[in-house]
Design a protein around this ligand. Structure first.
Ligand SMILES: Nc1ncnc2c1ncn2[C@@H]1O[C@H](COP(=O)(O)OP(=O)(O)OP(=O)(O)O)[C@@H](O)[C@H]1O
Ligand SMILES: [Mg+2]
Length: 305
């Protein structure tokens, strides 16, 4: 049921995700485990850069199922998400018919499967054993009609195509929806999903992610990065910023610091690289007067060698 590899416990899932580079906290792993067991979609909400999209990618590797991704955006239409007919090819088919051809027969012919262009949602329903991992990314960007259309899909893993009838998944796709919560999602969509809020990681997990992604950073620099970013996200500093850096930013920052041969964080190097942590001019300005305090040594840090 969960693809080639058997993931028969939450611990096994945490381990399997870690083996493909994704470090999941227990609560998240439990939600994923249940979503696999119950064959229910999982809705992940959280701040940007906390690992929502990455989880779907990691799951696809763990379960050895292809990842099928639907990136949502405002104005997205059903034909971009589900299917559309290849009108040009249908037209050519019609032109090739002798005059006086039977119109009913012709209609039957032009609505053959070979003229159907499958978009991600349909591809995921039709995926053969062991099925696909379907990522419906940033669903909050799509509009309300699209959400309404998703109801049948998420509830029963089926869709109705007027010319065909109903198509039901032989193998329910492992379905992950993500949202940055730019707006509240429809309650009916939420009811069809298991739900998990993804928070910023605690220091140890973030440190471990930085270590794993940027091994060149060395222990001391990785610790300084983790401490600095954790402090930025906590009181009293956090209230000065419009948004906090995510894990993605910590990893990228560590990479940049390595590229600059940094061994120790100091106000100058932070200012030189601040564009990785913050993308708002006001946030960058707010950071400057706090730098000395933010860079005080960390009592939690292991002594560097
Ligand atoms: N738990 C994790 N384990 C390992 N790497 C992680 C984890 N979480 C985040 N990352 C790293 O952070 C990067 C960004 O994560 P991701 O793109 O999944 O964030 P997101 O929550 O989807 O953000 P957005 O809302 O901006 O799309 C990943 O490419 C990965 O390098
Ligand atoms: Mg994402």
């Amino acid at each position: 049921m969960t693809g080639k590899l058997s993931v028969d416990s939450i611990d096994a899932l945490i381990e399997a995700l870690a083996a493909v580079g994704y470090q999941a906290e227990r609560r998240l792993a439990t939600a994923v485990f249940l979503s696999l067991r119950l064959q229910r979609p999982l809705l992940l909400e959280g701040e940007p850069g906390v690992g929502k999209t990455e989880l779907a990618k990691a799951l696809s590797k763990v379960l050895d199922r292809p990842l099928i991704r639907l990136q949502c955006y405002d104005g997205m239409e059903q034909r971009e998400a589900l299917y559309e007919w290849n009108h040009a090819a249908q037209l050519m088919h019609m032109r090739a018919q002798p005059e006086g051809a039977n119109p009913e027969q012709l209609e039957h012919e032009i609505y053959q499967e070979k003229y159907l262009i499958r978009r991600p949602l349909l591809q995921a329903l039709e995926a053969t054993e062991p099925g696909a991992v379907l990522l419906i990314d940033e669903v909050d960007r799509a509009d309300a009609p699209f959400e309404a259309f998703l109801l049948e899909y998420l509830g029963e893993f089926q869709v109705s195509i007027p010319e065909f009838g109903t198509i039901k998944a032989a193998c329910a796709p492992v379905t992950i929806l993500t949202s940055n919560r730019t707006r509240d999602l429809n309650d009916a969509v939420k009811r069809r999903c298991l739900y998990q809020w993804l928070d910023y990681p605690e220091r140890e997990r973030e440190l471990s992610i930085v270590r794993a992604h940027v091994p060149q950073a060395g222990e001391s620099l990785a610790q300084q990065v983790a401490t600095f970013v954790q402090r930025l996200r906590s009181a009293p500093f956090v209230s000065a910023f419009s948004r906090s850096p995510g894990i993605a930013e910590s990893v990228e920052w560590a990479r940049a610091l390595v590229a600059l041969d940094t061994l120790r964080l100091d106000p100058e190097v932070v200012q030189d690289t601040v564009g990785i942590l913050f993308k708002q001019r006001e946030d960058i300005a707010a950071l400057e007067p706090m730098l000395e305090t933010l860079l005080l040594p960390d009592p939690d840090a292991e002594p560097s060698v």
